[in-house]
Write a new protein. Structure first.
Length: 211
């Protein structure tokens, strides 16, 4: 049986980890035999980067993730991510504004970052790798995005009403690490890695329900 899930929502990177907020718009496209809907309260895009030795985490409040998953033929699956850079949220307004400037993301000139898979391959049980271009500040680099199917589960009938009529749940995790220097995120003195580290860890968590 083929299953497709698409999560749509208005987003961004300092990319970089994040929690989907209730203000977003989420819809799901599904195969004819199953209707999957995202659980926005349990979907996240997260990032972490070091300031000296301390990991700093953040969110992007406006984004769109499309995940089409074919259980029988994983190589036919695909994933697309679009992030609105200006929605970066690290919990510090002054830092967030700095990240939007030409020192880092230059959000006015480059309002979005994107990832689009061009191929997907299975590398183990419930383990996929999506390959494709990640574009930040107009610079594209091909990356590999590992994706794990965390599990699927039938929801007992007695609990379905409290979960909006959901009959099944499925969860996915995707994540990778990028070098911000490859995308010129950090110019002038901020290009150096003494204060802000070069490696940025990215994580996407997606939970969908079948009604």
């Amino acid at each position: 049986m083929s299953r497709s899930a698409s999560l749509r929502r208005a987003l961004p990177l300092a990319l970089l980890a994040l929690t989907l907020t209730a203000s977003g718009i989420a819809t799901v496209r599904a195969a004819a035999d199953a209707s999957w809907f995202p659980d926005g309260s349990h979907t996240e895009i997260n990032f972490s980067v070091k300031h000296f030795f301390t990991p700093v985490t953040g969110n992007f409040d406006r984004y769109e993730v499309d995940l089409d998953y074919d259980a029988e033929h994983p190589e036919k699956s695909s994933v697309k991510v679009r992030i609105e850079v200006a929605s970066v949220n690290t919990g510090n307004a002054e830092r967030d504004q700095h990240l939007r400037t030409v020192d880092f993301f230059d959000a006015d000139a480059h309002p979005e970052m994107t990832f689009r898979s061009t191929s997907v391959r299975m590398v183990g049980k419930d383990q996929l790798i999506a390959t494709g271009p990640l574009t930040i500040k107009g610079i594209s680099r091909e990356i590999e995005l590992p994706i794990s199917l965390l599990g699927t589960k039938a929801i007992p009938a007695a609990m379905q009403p409290m979960l909006g009529g959901a009959k099944q749940v499925a969860s996915f995790r995707a994540g990778t690490t990028i070098d911000r220097g490859d995308f010129e995120v950090g110019t002038g003195n901020w290009a150096a890695t003494l204060v802000v580290g070069s490696q940025v860890d990215i994580e996407i968590l997606l939970e969908v329900h079948n009604r």
